[in-house]
Design a protein around this ligand. Structure first.
Ligand SMILES: Nc1ncnc2c1ncn2[C@@H]1O[C@H](COP(=O)(O)OP(=O)(O)OP(=O)(O)O)[C@@H](O)[C@H]1O
Ligand SMILES: [Mg+2]
Length: 233
């Protein structure tokens, strides 16, 4: 088991958002999280990486209880995080953005620039260009590359297709698929783009109002109407 979250509760000053959320991700899997706007998908990802504390429940990463560990400790253990909206530093260059991704893990994890350039060769040519001048799709790839550079075992991806041209969305899906197949990268991905979800995920959890309301297997995931039912009101 790569990741196991049991009975997670978390939220904000305004109250709890997640209610007893339990999910598992096995090594080598790509697992999706579905749900319409505001149901708690990002809250779940922030709780898993440690930017929000769990108010109840337990998070286990590779046999280790990480529930009380800080986000940077979890990152050093091998959890990568690509936030919704990507969090690219638009005034820093592509190279600086990549090194920022590595900084947090620099003490214990090596930075694999070769890996990043192998999968995203365009970044090598744009190392001195400012992050903010890249297209939406290129920024999405830079954000993934920034997480990959410290060679995580598990990647948490929060809506990578957000703000990306439809023609590039498929390309992002292909990258995730190749990274999973070639590097054995385990992925938990939040996504509302059905095509992208169907391209990459083996199964998914559907969230509604902070609760897991369904576990969706591969067959159901390929049923576009079924998936759409979790995304519509
Ligand atoms: N910083 C915050 N403080 C208070 N409430 C918040 C905060 N961030 C999110 N919320 C609320 O928590 C709920 C869940 O938000 P969350 O961002 O997890 O949803 P989401 O499923 O990721 O939505 P989206 O698809 O729009 O990204 C929403 O009602 C939202 O308004
Ligand atoms: Mg969100």
């Amino acid at each position: 088991m790569m990741l196991s979250a049991a009975d997670l509760r978390s939220g904000y000053a305004t109250g709890d958002v997640l209610q007893d959320v339990s999910i598992t991700v096995e090594q080598g899997e790509v697992v999706g999280v579905l749900g319409r706007n505001g149901v708690g998908k990002t809250t779940l990802m922030k709780t898993l990486i440690g930017l929000l504390p769990a108010r109840a429940g337990q998070i286990v990463f590779r046999d280790q209880d990480v529930t009380k560990l800080s986000a940077d400790r979890r990152a050093r253990l091998g959890i990568g995080y690509v936030p919704q909206g990507r969090g690219i530093f638009s005034h820093l260059t592509v190279g600086e953005n990549l090194r920022m991704g590595g900084l947090i893990n620099a003490s214990t994890r090596s930075l694999d620039f070769d890996l990043v350039f192998r999968y995203f060769p365009f970044l090598r040519e744009r190392l001195t260009q400012r992050g903010g001048t890249l297209s939406g799709g290129q920024q999405a790839m830079l954000a993934i590359a920034r997480a990959l550079i410290s060679t995580p075992d598990l990647l948490l991806l929060d809506e990578p297709s957000d703000g990306v041209q439809p023609s590039i969305v498929q390309e992002i899906g292909d990258f995730i698929k190749v990274l999973n197949e070639e590097k054995g990268l385990t992925v938990l991905i939040v996504e509302q783009n059905i095509d992208l979800m169907q391209t990459v995920a083996k199964r998914a959890y559907a969230l509604d109002k902070g609760c897991v309301v369904a576990s969706v297997n591969r067959e159901e995931l390929m049923n576009t109407q079924r998936v759409a039912s979790f995304l519509a009101i």
